[in-house]
Every structure is written in C-alpha cells, then in structure tokens.
Design a protein. Structure first.
Length: 717
C-alpha cells in the first residue's frame, strides 16, 4: 500500500527538523511550493549564475535580450549580442537546428551542445531552447566535467534496480536512494498528492544525522491545483545555490533607457528564485533545491524533491540523469499500480465466480454477506458492508444503523437513480441529511438492479487515519506563520483539520468498477433467491391447499365428533349398496343402532362424558366390523351399519357382536357401561333407501319397546 507510511503526528515536522533544518513556520509545505514560481515573473528578470540566457525574436534573426554574464560563456560582448544576429555567438549550425526543431514543437526534444574556449579551456555548453510568446528563450549551461565519476554506469545500475522493483513502495524507495546517489543532495523525498491534493511524504533518503519527515502530510490548500498543473507541465526546477547573486537579463532598451521588457521566464531552468521562493527556502534553512515532477496520465501524481542546507552544484548532466531516473520510475510506478489494480480486479472476479455456484445453491444475498463479507471488506479496504434488497437488509462490520441504511437506499434510489454512487464525506452530502451514520464517513454504493426496485450494496469506510496524525493537536496552530509577517497568508492547521475531519479514504476508480460488478452479481443472486423463495411459498401454499381440501373432504363426509362417516356419506354408501344389490342380486343388511338411555348418561355424567362414550362406541364397533362393512353416525346417539353381502342371519350375528362391543365400552368418567338396541333390516329388491332405513328404524324401536339391549329384525314388517 502506497499510503501505508503514516507514522507520526505531523506537528513533529517542527520538532524533528533541527538544524540544519530549523523551521520558522509551516515551511516544509512552503519550501516545496517554492519550486513552482508565481505566474507573474519578477522584474527585472534575472537568472542563476550557472549559465547564461538569450531571448531571440521568433525568427531567430535577432537577440532581443541576454543575461549580463553572456560574454563569460559565449565569448561575445553583450553590446555585440543585443540587437545582432545570434549566429555569431551560437553558430549557424546550432541556430539552424533550433529553427528546424521549433518549427515542429514548442521546445527542443533534447539538449543540443556547442563548444567554446572559456578561460583558455575547451568547454562544452548544453543548449536548451523553447518558445515563449513571440520570442524564443535559449538557455546555455556549461557541462562541467564530473571528474572520475562514472555517471553512465551509476545511472544504469539504478535504472536496472528500478526495473526490478516488485512493488510501488520498493520502487520509490529505490528512486530516492538513486536520485540522492546521483545528485548528492542531503535529503531526497517523494511526495504524493491524493485526489484532493493533500500531500504525503512516501519515501525519503537522507544524510546521517538528519531527522526524517517520512509519513508527514500537508494540506492541499498549501499547494493549489493551478500550481500543481504548472509544475506538471514544467517538471524540473533546479536551484543549486540560493545564496548566489542573480544575473540580470537585459535588452538594449535596458542599457539605454533602463526599460525592462518582460518575458515569461517560467519555463527556464536557469531563472533565479523569486523573492517569495527565497523566503520559503530560507525558512527551510535550505540553500539548494531540485524538484522533479512525477506526472501520471491524469496530472501531477507527486514529486521528487531534493534539498540541501549547503549549495549543491548540479551540472545539467546530473540534473538530466536524476530526471531520467524519475521518468523511468514514473513509468514503472504506473505499470506496477496497473498490475496491482488488475490483481485486485482478479481477486474480486474470483470471489464473483464462487457466486455463480451459490446462485445454483439458492443462497440469498444475506447468506452471501455472511459467507464472503469479510473477504470483500478486506478487498475493498472497507469497515462495513450492507446489502439492502427488496425485502431485507443484511450487514457486516461497522455500518450505520439498519434504519439509516434503508433510508440511504431509498434516497439513492430517488435522487441518484442507477449507477455507482460514492462519497468520502458522507455527512456533507444531502443524501445523509439527519441520519445517524455511526461514524461512517465514506460510502461506495453499487445498485443491484431488480425488476421493480433496485437493491443497494453499500461499502462503508470510517474516518481516515490521517485525521489523527494531523488534527487533534490544537497547539499546532501556534506553529503556523501569522498573516502580515511579509509572507502570504497560510491556512492554519485548524482549517486543515476541518478539511480532513469526517473524511474517509478515497474510493479508487478500480474499486468503483469492481463494486458495480459485484452489485450486479448480487442482484442476480437476489432475484434467483427471490424465485426460489416464491417457488417455496407456492409449494407451501399448494400443500396447505391440499391439506385444506382434505379437511373439507373429511368435513363433508365424516362426523366431526367420532371421525366415522356422517349421515350424508352413509346415505351415499347406502345408495351405492342398493344399486350394487339390484344389479348383482346381492342381499345386504342395514343395522340401526341406538344407545339406550343415553339422555341419562348426559344427565348423570355430563355432556362431555356422553361425547367421549360416543367416540369410544364408534371406535369399538368399527373394530368388530369386517373390512367391507361400514359404520356411520346417523344422528345423535344413533349409528347405521351397512353390512355388505349379509343375509338377515348374518346381520343378526353382526348385531350381537356389536351389542357385545357396546357393552364392553368403558370410559374413565363412567364406572358402568351402556347397552344399545339394534334394528336389522334386510334388503328387498323393491327397496329404496328410505324404505330400507325405515324398516331398520321400526325394528330398532321394536327392540326398544321390547326391553332394550336387544336385536329386532324387519321380518314381517
Ligand atoms: N353427549 C351427547 N349427547 C347427545 C348427542 N346427540 C344426542 N345426544 C343426546 O342423546 C339423548 C337421546 O335421548 P333420547 O332420544 O331421549 O333417548 P335415550 O335417552 O337414549 O333413551 P332411549 O333411546 O329411549 O333408550 C339426548 O339427551 C340428546 O341430547 C351427542 O352428540 N353427544
């Protein structure tokens, strides 16, 4: 992780930077800012004494301005340079080359060189040129010999190391070491700007005895976007010796009338530091600086900044070598980061692959959260995760209360519609108005598109740690330079606290992509599980319906007290039996059984005992019937038995078995048993149900009147 270097509170910057880095104010920030000059050039323009500068007209036909030290390098007096053709100082060939290159681009593709005899010694000069408005600026610097330093070999060694760096962290560690080895600055740092422009020192190489500033942060307000853009465009700023006197740049008008013509010198490497920059570096107690921008496709990612408390001569070859390292490291850095992103996506993809299996298994999004939640939290570097589907909310880790999650989902649905929504300052967004966020500062919400309403998969992040490093130290305010001390008004640390408090770590574009995919997968899962749930419900309803039908059937044909056939069903059976008997000439009997003195049972032992007795009699009489015979409750304490294929004699035998069964029935409430009277009617071919039952009834009454507990038949009736 690139931003894993947070260590000590930022106020330590002051404490740690003892001499030679004695800070007078919030100057670390300002010192780095100093590498970007103000947009309005200081007048009169002056350059650092490590080279000379010419300003030509756009056709390269006339020298409009030159630095006062031009003669020292070009061996031509300033008077003979100004308003003359430049060829006699720079040579026809060189001017021709510059002209050709500047026709195609604003700036030379790389430095050119010429040779001059300076102080009796042949000296090579490096020439850079670029267009600035209506003129062309030419910078000339001596290429000082490096003695016995073997620069190419050293650069190659560092390039090889950079090319082998396995991670962004190790890469920038190598970079600071390499740049320091080449430039010999006392301290080399890599700063990175986050999405909001806040900076953090990610790597540092420093001379023995110096205190580190690794992990320290500074506020975006100290490095405004406009300045970052400019720096990204210019890339390199070099100030080998802050204390060196500036060399004025003059024109013939300056010489004769003292008029200074302004040119935009912001692109020159040689330009002298502005007063403001001097103040900044002075604050830092630094005498020299080199900054090289690390530029990504989207702008300034960070910078490599070298500082020393002593003048650090930096011949153009060394400056270019440092720049080469930074360029190479920049390429590799973004390659490694791209690799990390694709490996992140791969891990999310793997997790998604498992989901397919789980869809088949019918797991719900909430099951999924339980199963994969922690893995997803780690992948997305989030503290909590909630999943809101149509019917339910599930959550894992640190999330706002479920009620808040539900409201957030509703508001996102209404206001935001489809697509991923994210914020690292959730409390400042209207979507969270009046809600209890439970300390969650960042939210990445991916829709889970469904048929009628979308669900939401929401990752939550708590406050970014950096707040704790920088903020919460009110005394830090005292260290900030106060307005009116001759410098620009700086933001105070308390304002910085405001800016970071309640902010979570930013969501990366790749996390946004992955969350969108995950949301879609979970939506699929939610609908699959919804289908499973509906099917399940349907199956349960079908079963309930079947059970209800069964009950209804029972209710229609069975007696609710005894569970045997009711009168309606018994009549149906009788009709069937009559039809069968008519067709096959098969006789059968109907036995009508009435319990004797049943009223007394109720009266003596209670109605419930009467019910109990009826249930037992029905059960025990059923027990003495053949398989093909049936018993039904005719009403009250009357039962009808249909005895298939039975003659009168068979019917009587059966009736006796039944009487014995009735007599044997005992229930707990009643010490003694009961008797019954049975009338037996035998089928006759002309019989309809009514006649047959009527005869059985008459026979039963005959049994009653004959003394009860007996059997009578319909013979003779
Ligand atoms: N506990 C109970 N009693 C019932 C039920 N159906 C009818 N009875 C009672 O059965 C009694 C029948 O009485 P009666 O018709 O006078 O005849 P009995 O007392 O059995 O006398 P005999 O039939 O003449 O021997 C009535 O008191 C009814 O209330 C029932 O489902 N449960």
């Amino acid at each position: 992780m690139l931003c894993s270097t947070d260590r000590a509170p930022v106020y330590c910057i002051y404490a740690l930077l003892e001499p030679p880095f004695t800070l007078k104010s919030d100057t670390l920030v300002q010192a780095f800012q100093s590498s970007v000059p103000p947009s309005v050039p200081d007048t009169p323009l002056s350059i650092q004494p490590c080279g000379c500068l010419l300003v030509l007209d756009k056709d390269l036909a006339r020298v409009l301005q030159c630095s006062a030290n031009a003669e020292q390098y070009l061996r031509v007096a300033v008077d003979d340079l100004l308003d003359h053709r430049p060829e006699h100082a720079l040579g026809k060939r060189l001017i021709g080359k510059i002209r050709t290159e500047l026709r195609a681009a604003n700036r030379l593709s790389g430095p050119l060189s010429i040779q001059k005899v300076i102080d009796g010694r042949k000296t090579r000069l490096q020439v850079n040129a670029f267009q600035s408005g209506n003129s062309v600026v030419v910078e000339i610097e001596p290429i000082t010999p490096l003695g016995n330093r073997r620069l190419m070999g050293t650069v190659n060694q560092w390039l090889t190391k950079l090319s082998r760096a396995p991670t962004p962290d190790s890469l920038i560690e190598i970079l600071v070491a390499g740049v320091r080895d080449i430039t010999r600055f006392e301290r080399v740092l890599v700063f990175h700007f986050d999405d909001e422009g806040h900076g953090v020192c990610l790597a540092e190489s420093l001379a023995k005895g110096l205190s580190p500033v690794l992990g320290q942060r500074f506020a975006a307000s100290d490095y405004p976007e406009s300045q970052r853009e400019k720096f990204a465009a210019r890339e390199v700023r070099s100030i080998p010796d802050l204390g060196a006197d500036g060399i004025p740049v003059m024109s013939s008008a300056t010489l004769s009338e003292g008029v200074v013509r302004e040119i935009d010198a912001s692109g020159t490497v040689l330009r002298a530091p502005s007063r403001r920059q001097r103040n900044f570096l002075d604050d830092f107690n630094a005498r020299s600086l080199l900054s090289v921008a690390i530029v990504s496709q989207t702008g300034l990612w960070g910078m490599v900044t070298c500082i020393s408390a002593t003048p650090t001569p930096l011949p153009p070859t060394l400056r270019d070598a440092a720049r080469t390292l930074v360029t190479m490291a920049t390429q590799r850095l973004f390659l490694l980061k791209a690799r990390m992103e694709s490996s992140f996506l791969l891990q999310v993809q793997e997790s998604r692959d498992f989901l397919v299996e789980d869809v088949k298994a019918g797991l719900s999004p909430s099951d999924m959260l339980q199963k994969y939640g922690s893995e997803w939290l780690a992948l997305f570097r989030a503290g909590g995760l909630a999943c809101k589907t149509k019917g339910e909310i599930s959550e894992i880790g640190l999330t706002p209360p479920l009620k808040t999650v539900a409201t957030l989902a509703e508001r996102l649905e209404r206001r935001h519609g489809q697509g991923v929504w994210l914020s690292s300052r959730l409390k400042d967004d209207p979507v969270s108005d009046g809600l209890d966020l439970n300390g969650c500062c960042g939210m990445l919400a991916a829709p889970m598109p469904g048929e009628d309403s979308a669900g939401w998969l929401m990752f939550f992040r708590r406050e970014h740690d950096r707040t704790f490093y920088w903020a919460g130290r009110p005394q830090a305010d005292a260290l900030v330079s106060s307005p009116g001390d001759g410098r620009d008004l700086r933001r105070t640390f308390s304002i910085w606290q405001e800016e970071v408090r309640g902010t979570s770590e930013h969501w990366k574009p790749v996390e946004r992509l992955a969350a969108a995919d995950l949301g879609e997968d979970l939506a699929l899962l939610a609908s699959a599980s919804e289908i499973t749930r509906l099917n399940e419900m349907l199956r349960e309803e079908q079963q309930a319906l079947a059970r209800a039908n069964e009950k209804l059937r029972e209710a229609v044909s069975h007696d609710s007290l005894t569970g045997i056939w009711n009168r309606y069903r018994t009549e149906q059976e009788l009709d069937k039996e009559l039809a069968k008997a008519r067709r096959h000439k098969l006789p059968f009997c109907v036995l009508l059984l009435d319990i004797d003195h049943f009223k007394q049972v109720n009266d003596t032992w209670g109605h419930e005992a009467g019910d109990e007795l009826l249930r037992h009699i029905a059960c025990d009489v059923t027990g003495v019937l053949r398989q093909e015979d049936h018993i039904g409750r005719w009403g009250g304490e009357e039962f009808v038995v249909v005895a298939t294929g039975a003659s009168r004699a068979d019917g009587v035998v059966l009736a006796e078995r039944i009487l014995a069964a009735v007599a044997g029935v005992r229930i707990t409430q009643m010490p003694e048993g009961v008797t019954a009277s049975i009338g037996v009617a035998t089928w006759r071919p002309e019989d309809k149900r009514k006649e047959l039952v009527a005869r059985a009834d008459k026979a039963m009454y005959a049994a009653k009147t004959g003394g009860r507990n007996r059997i009578e038949t319909d013979q003779g009736l």
